[in-house]
Ligand binder design. Structure first.
Ligand SMILES: Cc1ncc(COP(=O)(O)O)c(C=O)c1O
Length: 374
């Protein structure tokens, strides 16, 4: 039998609660025969999530991508939307599925989020909104983005897929902008197998979002518009309720792993990582490092391959940039000259494995490989 140290290690591994505890929820579903359509677990999850996250209104979804697509519908966004190329491809796909033209703007070099200083130059008469991403859960420059949005009358929809539980000066980062969107995909800190949510500031918007995610039905015989089917089902919601009981423990373990990585990797010439930010409560969903070839002596791709040879499967999030994919690469804003910071970071970044059950010996093995490269 292979020992732990030689088993494949992937960038993430979902933390799962005890199966026996989930059986209790399953029994309820079997008794009530309510499988979906805004059932009791769906309602309870929305209530408990709002309390846990410190947000007023939340609407849960079948996945984060459908939540993003619906968020744009909810605010009737059209024309052009300013967004980042340094994200998971679903951010831009959500615009495309709404027939909206993405306009890529470069990122800032510290946290790799949309650079507010470069937004104004990209605004045209067709611009209706900004869609930034809190990449790796590090908050965007919220005030600067809101200031621009207020001057130009733009909406702000945050893709907060990585920012579950993140707080700024004690308040949820999800309360910023017009809407925020979460993903509860299996790879995230809080997961419901697949899932997602929209956070909105008022009940009226929540009602519109609910109609939209349920085919547009406002009541039994009224369809308010071309809604979609994006509701979270009862199995997902039940699992979410159970996961919420464990989430603080999961985040605490992620913090310990992050701190061990930082201790072990500090002082390696050419390896850079992000430290905690003052006033921010982090959720430690990712541990990205940047490899500077000149100083480190190896490229990021060499590091990636070397780890892989040793059964460590890091991920190059986010390479290639979204702007390089065939759907988007012919857009004028997709040109590499327009995105120098994002282009460089995409060539240097690799996310190391991080998940609550990750063993200390594995972390030390990974750091050893990074320290002792030839
Ligand atoms: C930044 C970002 N946006 C959107 C998504 C899409 O979410 P989902 O997989 O839940 O559809 C993801 C990840 O999956 C993501 O990382």
């Amino acid at each position: 039998m292979k020992d732990k140290l030689h088993e494949p290690v992937y960038v993430t591994r979902p933390a799962m609660p005890p199966l026996e505890e989930f059986m209790e929820y399953l029994k309820r579903i079997w008794e009530t025969r309510v499988l979906t359509n805004h059932g009791p677990f769906h309602q309870q999850l929305e209530k408990e999530l709002a309390d846990y996250l410190g947000v007023k209104y939340i609407s849960v979804f079948v996945n984060g991508t459908m939540a993003l697509i619906t968020a744009l519908q909810a605010l009737r966004i059209t024309g052009e939307v300013i967004t980042t190329p340094f994200s998971f491809v679903a951010t831009t796909h959500a615009l495309w599925w709404n027939n909206i033209r993405p306009v890529f703007v470069d990122i800032e070099p510290d946290y790799f989020n949309l650079d507010p200083d470069k937004i104004e130059a990209a605004i045209t008469p067709q611009t209706t909104a900004i869609m930034p991403v809190h990449v790796y859960g590090n908050p965007c420059k919220l005030k600067a983005i809101q200031k621009i949005a207020d001057i130009y009358g733009l909406r702000v929809i945050y893709d907060a897929a990585h920012a579950f539980g993140v707080k700024v000066d004690g308040e949820s980062v999800l309360n910023h902008g017009d809407l925020s969107v979460l993903s509860f995909h299996a790879t995230k800190t809080f997961d419901t197998f697949e899932g997602g949510a929209i956070i909105c500031p008022d009940e009226k918007t929540k009602r519109r979002i609910y109609f939209l995610k349920n085919f547009g039905f406002a009541d039994e015989i009224t369809v308010m518009g071309p809604g979609i089917n994006a509701k979270m089902n009862e199995l997902q919601a039940a699992y979410g309720l159970l996961q919420l009981k464990y989430i603080d423990g999961y985040i605490a373990k992620r913090k310990i792993i992050t701190e061990l990585y930082r201790t072990e990797l500090s002082g390696i010439d050419g390896i850079r990582f992000i430290n905690d930010i003052d006033g921010i409560k982090h959720s430690y969903t990712y541990f990205p490092i940047l490899v500077d070839k000149e100083k480190y002596g190896q490229t990021r791709n060499e590091v990636y391959e070397n780890l892989k040879k040793n059964n460590i499967f890091g991920r190059r999030y986010f390479y290639p940039l979204i702007s390089q994919f065939p759907t988007y690469r012919s857009l004028p804003s997709a040109k590499a000259e327009n995105l120098p910071v994002a282009s460089k970071v995409a060539e240097q970044v690799i996310c190391l494995p991080i998940y609550p059950e990750l063993d200390e010996t594995i972390i030390l093995k990974i750091c050893g490989l990074l320290k002792n490269h030839s």
